[in-house]
Design a protein around this ligand. Structure first.
Ligand SMILES: Nc1ncnc2c1ncn2[C@@H]1O[C@H](COP(=O)(O)OP(=O)(O)OP(=O)(O)O)[C@@H](O)[C@H]1O
Length: 290
């Protein structure tokens, strides 16, 4: 079973603190959600855990300090899905997903090139890539070129590449951001399954109902600091949502699971909660963004 520990991790840049002294202990099998408003420090924390940006503090995976091990050791054990990424290469889907196998092999990665050579036999990498393509619903477009995909399809291709690493730790920054509701649910089910197989899975989310419904544990960040860390029920309280997200939300429950529908922007004077099925609150005549 994997175990990821974060000890007093801080990210500072030109005198500004992006992540402030955060400690975590995440066991394999946990789907761990990182939530918080724009600029809270979620991506910075994820990148620092992946050793992609300068930081202070330690990240320890199965007793190994990540800053002390080689980049290859990390690349085999941590899969990182960035929040966004332009993919400018003229590459088809299956070759791109095969890049996830790069840390594990030394010979030619190109599926197409090996297929052209006709001597290549399907190997373990092919099987893992096939599985990642199927899990993300991309098998039927594996030979399509990346510039022929929609935004949501490309997001799933990027996720498939991270899955193809088959790492013990999966760090996914907003994997649902550009997906339709069906694929959002599919991706969350997939991440939950990945965690149930013993992996540490950390996912950044803005959709609070997805966070509440699927995550075992949530970390609510605000201005680089931890506001709450615990089960969705203890973290997603009306007070936290109002203070941190500045929203009034409808809180409901379905089959013993809480759901949250952010309803209107809020000021500290407003009551934090709208209880379903309350009548629709009056919306402000003019909506301004501050
Ligand atoms: N490369 C950078 N250099 C300097 N400051 C940065 C850099 N990247 C992010 N920041 C700042 O660090 C803070 C945290 O940013 P971060 O991207 O971690 O937030 P986030 O919680 O992921 O936000 P979002 O929900 O908008 O993606 C913000 O104030 C941001 O402006």
């Amino acid at each position: 079973m994997k175990r990821l520990e974060v000890h007093s991790l801080s990210v500072r840049h030109e005198g500004r603190t992006r992540v402030d002294d955060i400690s975590l202990d995440i066991a394999g099998g946990t789907l761990f959600g990182l939530i918080g408003p724009n600029g809270a420090g979620k991506s910075s924390l994820l990148k620092a855990i992946a050793q992609l940006i300068p930081h202070s503090g330690d990240v320890v995976l199965d007793s190994y300090k990540l800053e002390k091990v080689s980049a290859l050791w990390r690349a085999r054990r941590l899969a990182y899905l960035a929040q966004s990424g332009e993919v400018a290469w003229p590459m088809n889907v299956q070759d791109f997903v095969m890049l996830g196998r790069l840390p594990h092999r030394r010979d030619s990665l190109s599926w197409s090139r090996r297929a052209r050579q006709q001597t290549a036999q399907p190997n373990n990498d092919d099987e893992i890539v096939r599985q990642a393509l199927e899990q993300t619903g991309l098998w039927n477009m594996s030979t399509r070129y990346l510039d022929q995909l929609s935004g949501g399809e490309l997001a799933r291709v990027r996720l498939a590449r991270a899955l193809a690493v088959d790492a013990g730790v999966l760090l996914a920054d907003e994997p649902c951001a550009s997906l339709d509701p069906f694929h959002q649910l599919k991706v969350m089910e997939l991440l939950q399954m990945q965690s149930r197989q013993g992996r540490v899975v950390i996912v950044v989310l803005h959709d609070l109902t997805l966070a509440s419904r699927f995550c075992d544990q949530l970390l609510l960040l605000h201005e680089g600091q931890v506001v709450a860390n615990g089960t969705p029920r203890t973290v997603l309280t009306p007070d936290n949502l109002q203070q941190v997200y500045r929203v009034q939300a409808i809180h409901g429950e379905y089959r013993d699971q809480p759901y949250i529908v952010p309803w209107q922007s809020s000021t500290p004077e407003m009551p934090p909660v709208i209880t379903a099925p309350a009548s629709t609150p009056d919306l402000p005549k003019e909506i301004t963004f501050k």
